[in-house]
Write a protein that binds this ligand. Structure first.
Ligand SMILES: CC(C)(COP(=O)(O)OP(=O)(O)OC[C@H]1O[C@@H](n2cnc3c(N)ncnc32)[C@H](O)[C@@H]1OP(=O)(O)O)[C@@H](O)C(=O)NCCC(=O)NCCS
Length: 163
């Protein structure tokens, strides 16, 4: 069972190594550093197992819609995948975001992985953004949290992802 807690500065190297391993590259590690540096992180959680940092999830503040969060990246170390760490990180993050009063969360990815956490493509339909609509999912975090259509504008650090 994973212990899930808030990211602390001492986790920096462990999270960096995790991201490079899980994504087989540097882009996500750079994204996380840029989001932290810009003050655009709303919530960052880590999962720990006996060997250290085994997973992480970050929720960043979106420019539009206001009050919404982007859930990215989500990563679990290859050694720990398939044990429920990813699902636990998502659930813990959404619960905290809801408690903190955020309106909604958006995620880009495989619908099958996120549907069980209340995300759907339909909920994101009125929020046109920079990514393919069939992989863009949303979930309200309070009643009416997705009531007002708006363009999706991510924190500036996302513009550099993949470049
Ligand atoms: C995707 C990832 C976070 C899942 O973490 P995990 O701890 O292995 O996930 P869990 O054990 O909590 O859940 C696994 C479940 O999700 C499903 N799943 C895992 N990856 C999936 C994917 N890409 N698409 C659809 N379903 C997926 C599994 O089949 C499993 O379903 P089950 O519970 O019915 O058997 C992990 O594989 C990972 O870090 N991958 C590399 C980075 C990445 O792709 N991140 C997501 C995009 S930012």
């Amino acid at each position: 069972m994973a212990a899930i807690r808030e990211f602390e500065p001492i986790d920096d190297a462990g999270v960096d190594a995790l991201l490079r391993e899980a994504f087989a590259g540097e882009a996500e590690a750079r994204l996380v550093r840029a989001l932290r540096a810009a003050g655009d992180v709303a919530l960052e959680l880590v999962a720990e197992d006996a060997d250290g940092i085994a997973g992480m999830v970050l929720f960043s503040k979106m420019i539009s819609p206001r009050g919404a969060l982007a859930m990215a990246p989500l990563a679990v170390a290859p050694r720990a995948q398939g044990k429920g760490f990813g699902g636990s990180l998502i659930a813990a993050g959404l619960a905290r975001a809801e408690m903190a009063g955020w309106l909604a969360a958006f995620v880009l990815g495989a619908p099958g992985l996120y549907a069980r956490h209340g995300f759907s493509v339909e909920a994101a339909a009125h929020f046109p953004g920079p990514y393919p609509a069939r992989f863009m999912l949303a979930r309200a975090l309070c009643a009416g949290g997705l009531a007002d259509p708006a363009p999706l504008v991510y924190a500036p650090a996302f513009a550099a992802l993949g470049s």
